[in-house]
Design a protein around this ligand. Structure first.
Ligand code: HAM
Length: 418
């Protein structure tokens, strides 16, 4: 127990963490070029926020939230996603008083109590963006383009962008009616959850993961069949922008997304071949969410990707990650007297920005060299009695095995200067 992490969680240890740092660096760089600024919100919020924001009839709220009563008798929930929290922060910090739209991004852990499997965890990490205060097809295309740019810069190939329009409150009643008409004749064959959702939110039935329900719902009317003229024109304009940017997409009429707040554009990015959990990102427009959370009618659109799934897909596609940390130089002592000099040299080299290290376990000369080799050091600087006397170090190129004695102050030059 004491040495087992909770099911569905991961340790990201050295060797792995470098991959994460690489992915996060690319993400932050893309965000900078697109003008998105970081926001950090708490990892837990009042439960009510997610119930209202994500939707009472979604799997997330019905089955997957980590909800608990805190010591002050308040119900709080570990965030299952980032959008509702960002909208809450937009309102609470009055970000609507500044220039609009507000373009934000976040990277952090999310929590969903689901059955863990490859690519699906109970604590996972998302990179997400949210744009608040703009309703224009151009910004929808920008969010999608930015997502695709991240995948491209990470070296991922063969991803498929699926897009759909979920319409607006004008077209929803029509869809609801047509869906109910279609579903009610076979309702008793659906799973109990779907039956329960029939009255409350029939669109959720289209998102059921049960194979039998999926088969039963095949052929159901889709949102695209029910779009009003304005929503149709908006969707056409988004597609046009994507075409202008050379971004390939597939219109996927069955795409409804698993959260209730979506209106208009919805999209998902699939990585074929990574198994059941093939969605490496998804998002869409949520024009009603700010109002639902207590603000004024404000449009919004966003997107999130799962970092675990991205890294898994990169590994499966054989993408090369930058090499792991290795010292530029490892300082080796060949006699006890060299210890203090070695310590000072190490400090000087680090001050200059070199990745430098030494032994702290009293290893023999041979064992220090072996240890430096294990750390994959580029050079070792050996300090023995002679070197101490001469103010020099015996430098060994660990790649070629070549050795040369040089004055200590010439070491940076040998390392390539800084
Ligand atoms: P979502 O589709 O629920 O959307 O999650 C986005 C991404 O998070 C998924 O495509 C997947 O890569 C990853 N993900 C989700 N659940 C798990 C899990 N259990 N384990 C590992 N990865 C997972 C949202 O969360 C929306 N907030 C996105 C959004 C932002 N829409 C508008 N703005």
């Amino acid at each position: 127990m004491l040495t087992n992490r909770p099911r569905g969680t991961n340790d990201i240890i050295p060797g792995e963490v470098e991959k994460w740092q690489f992915v996060e660096d690319v993400i932050r760089d893309v965000c900078r070029t697109y003008g998105y600024r970081e926001i950090r919100t708490p990892i837990f919020e009042h439960t009510e926020l997610f119930k209202r924001g994500v939707g009472e009839t979604t799997d997330i709220v019905e089955k997957e939230m980590y909800t608990f009563i805190d010591r002050g008798e308040r119900s709080v929930t570990l965030r299952p996603e980032g959008t509702a929290a960002v909208v809450r922060a937009y309102l609470e910090n009055k970000l609507y008083t500044g220039p609009q739209p507000v373009k934000l991004y976040y990277i952090g852990p999310m929590f969903r109590y689901d059955r863990p499997q490859a690519g699906r965890y109970r604590q996972f990490h998302q990179f997400g963006v949210e744009v608040l205060g703009a309703h224009s097809p151009g910004i929808d295309a920008e969010v999608i383009a930015m997502a695709m740019e991240v995948y491209k810069r990470l070296g991922l190939r063969g991803l498929e962008l699926h897009i759909n329009s979920l319409g607006c409150p004008e077209c929803r009643p029509k869809l609801r009616e047509r869906l109910k008409e279609f579903l009610h004749t076979r309702l008793d064959q659906f799973c109990p959850t779907c039956q329960d959702r029939f009255e409350r939110n029939p669109m959720r039935i289209l998102d059921c993961k049960n194979e039998k329900c999926r088969a039963l719902a095949a052929g159901a009317p889709t949102t695209l069949d029910c779009l009003c003229d304005e929503c149709s024109a908006f969707f056409e304009a988004v597609k046009e922008h994507l075409e202008d940017l050379g971004i390939e997409y597939v219109v996927d009429k069955k795409l409804v997304r698993g959260l209730d707040y979506y209106t208009h554009t919805a999209f998902e990015i699939m990585a074929p071949g990574i198994g059941a959990q093939s969605s490496v990102g998804g998002g869409g427009r949520y024009n009603g969410l700010v109002e639902q959370c207590g603000g004024k009618d404000t449009p919004g659109i966003g997107y999130a990707l799962g970092l675990e799934r991205i890294i898994l897909t990169m590994e499966q596609q054989g993408v090369k990650f930058p090499p792991a940390w290795r010292p530029d130089i490892f300082v080796v002592t060949a006699c006890a007297e060299a210890e203090r000099t070695a310590f000072k040299l190490l400090s000087k080299l680090r001050e200059k920005g070199y990745k430098a290290d030494k032994d702290y376990n009293g290893r023999s000369l041979k064992a220090q060299m072996k240890y430096a080799g294990k750390l994959n050091a580029r050079y070792t600087a050996i300090l023995g009695e002679n070197e101490l006397k001469n103010g020099t170090a015996m430098m060994k190129d660990m790649n070629t095995g070549e050795q040369q004695e040089i004055p200590v102050d010439k070491i940076p030059e040998l390392l390539g200067g800084k």
